[in-house]
Design a protein around this ligand. Structure first.
Ligand code: KG4
Ligand code: ZN
Length: 383
């Protein structure tokens, strides 16, 4: 008899852990091979004992984006060394671990399979519980790697593959309030940077160039403000992408380019803030008892200072505190996977060794599947 491990990757064990938990986390869903050891005390206090991230940027740079086959092969070659380094850096051996967590999706499935299979091997060989983690849930808890953040909170998840607003009430208890209708914010940064001849990944390159431009110079460029005034929480970056690519054609000097980079960065940051406002209000309506609610921004784009500044302002104006993870945990890392694994293990939510890697795995499955615009095969379901 075959088991549908896709629909229900977790089993609810009878035991919930009450003591400290030390987890090995593994992340291989895109172009970073990462491993980390995280200890979560019984009171929720988190200690990152090690976090090793091997970036494959050099392997993919010539292609201007991530090549799935190259990524999967590189994960195979490096995963063992990265895991061993994470254990060494943490000053612990296999016996110190209470469990092993790995990203099981969403992502490039060849890479996901590498990390998940490695984790299954560890779980089997060392007799440890396995926790298959949704990469997005990892980002959702990443702010807790820097400071305590109580449930519930509003989350803006902005990375290369995702751009969504979620009401997060706890592990496995999230409702998506909005998502992108086309590109993710990080994807917009990457594609516009590519059109402007900047390096990959585009976000950091564009931020560096924008820092040399001026706001007056940026003001010359007329970029669209998508979905402005719409009473929902969705995003759209394709109009901005097309406009920026067209404008970049006629530029002559480096100063002009820097001004356009600044205009693009301002436009993305502004849209993220403008479109978040409705979600802040909805969250307030759902949780009127909270004195000072928290708005968390996570994912690679959360590393952008202008994005943080715009969101801080929007949050402050609505009586929210903006919390972002420490810089190192904005972009993909395994500490967030280890922490999500610890949270799940504490609740007795472990995975069967037959659990499958999933290229698509929305956090809020019911919501994603009910909206045909976000059906499987389109970007929305991934997000
Ligand atoms: O979270 P992440 O490492 O991977 C995904 O899960 O997608 O995010 C990577 C994305 C890329 O699109 C990258 O360009 C963007 O985050 N990014 C930035 C910055 N640092 C990374 N975008 C804008 N400014 C940055 N400083
Ligand atoms: Zn990510």
């Amino acid at each position: 008899m075959s088991m549908d491990t896709r629909a229900a990757p977790y089993s609810t064990g009878p035991e919930t852990a009450t003591g400290p938990l030390t987890l090995l986390g593994i992340e291989t869903s895109c172009d970073e091979t990462a491993a980390s050891v995280v200890r979560q005390a019984a009171d929720g206090t988190v200690e990152v004992l090690s976090s090793v991230v091997h970036s494959q940027i050099d392997d993919h740079a010539a292609y201007g984006g991530v090549v799935p086959e190259i990524a999967a092969r590189s994960h195979v070659e490096t995963i063992d060394g990265i895991v061993r380094r994470a254990l060494t850096d943490a000053g612990c051996d296999w016996t110190a671990l209470d469990g092993v967590a790995a990203t099981a999706g969403p992502g490039l499935v060849g890479g996901v399979m590498v990390g998940l299979s490695y984790a299954k091997g560890v779980a089997m060989g060392r007799g440890l519980p396995l926790v298959a983690v949704n990469h997005l849930e990892g980002h959702a808890v990443s702010a807790r790697l820097g400071r305590p953040v109580a449930w519930p909170f509003l989350l803006l998840l902005v990375s290369g593959g995702h751009c969504q607003l979620l009401e997060v009430r706890g592990i496995g208890d999230m409702t998506r309030l909005g998502t992108t209708l086309d590109d993710a914010a990080g994807e917009a940064f990457d594609k516009i940077a590519k059109a402007m001849g900047l390096g990959y990944p585009g976000g950091p390159a564009l931020e560096r160039l924008a820092a040399t431009g001026t706001d007056e110079g940026a003001g010359r460029f007329d970029l669209p403000r998508s979905l402005l005034g719409r009473r929902d929480c969705d995003f759209s970056f394709s109009g901005l992408k097309t406009a920026a690519a067209r404008l970049s054609q006629g530029l002559e000097t480096e100063a002009d380019k820097a001004d356009l980079a600044r205009a693009v960065q301002n436009a993305i940051a502004r849209q993220l803030a403008e479109r978040s406002v409705r979600a802040l209000d909805l969250f307030r309506e759902h949780h009127p008892d909270l004195d000072r609610p928290v708005f968390v921004v996570a994912g690679g784009v959360a590393a952008n200072a202008t994005v943080r500044a715009c969101l801080t302002e929007a949050a402050g104006a609505r009586g929210f505190d903006l919390v972002a993870p420490p810089m190192a945990y904005c972009t993909d890392n395994a500490a967030m996977i280890a922490l999500a694994g610890a949270e799940r293990l504490r609740l007795g939510l472990t995975s069967d060794l037959a659990v499958a890697a999933r290229p698509r795995w929305p956090l809020d499955e019911a919501r994603a599947l009910s909206n045909p615009a976000h059906a499987l095969g389109r970007k929305g379901a991934k997000s």
